[in-house]
Ligand binder design. Structure first.
Ligand SMILES: C[S@@+](CC[C@H](N)C(=O)[O-])C[C@H]1O[C@@H](n2cnc3c(N)ncnc32)[C@H](O)[C@@H]1O
Length: 271
């Protein structure tokens, strides 16, 4: 039986440091690539330990590429492990990198962890990840740490939250009133998963398309969908409420719903 990532990590010859909860996230997202012919890229080599772990984890058919700003890391190059030296927050580095290696399947960003590093890496890499591939950005708690932040407003996590809006604007009713996003990845990102300290983007252009309605051939009993009538009162009240305030905090919304609803389950949820 093959070893788990945690077991490979513990027995690795070269130093590596990871956070305990990351191992489950890796297994959840990476196990499907085991034994496959993939190109796996890790940004951030440090003492080389993790590259060998990935090599053993994914198997002999996987090509492992490490990227680091520190030229000393070149020494970890070996059969099946390619090393590229460069700065992940330099867009030109990525242009050169992909012109050399072509498209890849999985990118794990464990590099500099500044907001700039993470945002530039995402914007430059998504286009170059194959369908069914993944970009995993690690240590996203840095969005809340002064040292890594040029601006809290422009943090990576806030950028990732914008991707949620972006993806939801592929729904037909929303497309019509789509705000003018200057930048969009919604034709490439199929889903985004948020873990503590990790954000995972799943790339799939075939699935990241405009949604359509599908109906079956079953009997329609002429029953009307009263969702509009059911919500009319709440919509009117909620509109009045939102018009009064400029910034809607979660606390304000939950307080509002607690006030207007008598539904026990909803009340419990918001308490
Ligand atoms: C946390 S360590 C990587 C640890 C390694 N992945 C492991 O699991 O053992 C971060 C590495 O990112 C590199 N780094 C920092 N800023 C970078 C940047 N802007 N571009 C590329 N690499 C960077 C550092 O030199 C360092 O080796």
């Amino acid at each position: 039986m093959s070893l788990s990532l945690k077991e490979l990590f513990i027995k690795a010859k070269d130093f590596s440091s990871k956070h305990e909860k990351y191992f489950d996230v890796y297994e959840e997202n990476f196990s499907k690539y085991k034994g496959k012919k993939i190109t796996f890229v890790e940004v951030g080599i440090f003492n080389g330990g993790s590259l060998k772990i990935w090599k053993e984890y994914f198997g002999p058919d996987a090509k492992i590429i490490g990227i680091d700003i520190n030229p000393e890391c070149k020494k970890f190059e070996e059969d099946g492990i390619e090393i590229h030296i460069g700065n992940q927050s330099d867009p030109k580095f990525w242009d050169k990198f992909f012109s050399l290696v072509g498209n890849v399947d999985v990118i794990l960003d464990d590099g500099g962890h500044t907001n700039l590093d993470q945002i530039i890496t995402t914007t430059k890499c998504v286009n170059n990840i194959n369908d069914k591939g993944i970009l995993m950005v690690e240590d996203t708690h840095t969005s809340y740490i002064e040292f890594y932040n040029s601006s809290k407003k422009l943090s990576f996590i806030n950028f990732a939250k914008k991707i949620i809006d972006d993806v939801n604007y592929t729904f037909p009713l929303n497309i019509k009133k789509k705000p003018n996003f200057n930048y969009s990845l919604n034709d490439q990102i199929y889903s985004t998963h948020f873990y503590e300290s990790i954000v995972v983007f799943h790339i799939n252009r075939k699935k990241a398309v405009v949604n359509t309605t599908v109906e079956n051939q079953g009997t329609h009993h002429g029953i009307e969908d009263l969702v509009k009538e059911g919500n009319e009162l709440n919509i009117k009240k909620f509109k009045e409420f939102t018009e009064k305030i400029s910034f809607i905090s979660l606390r304000k919304i939950t307080k509002y719903f607690r006030k207007i609803t008598n539904n026990k389950i909803i009340k419990k949820f918001f308490d």
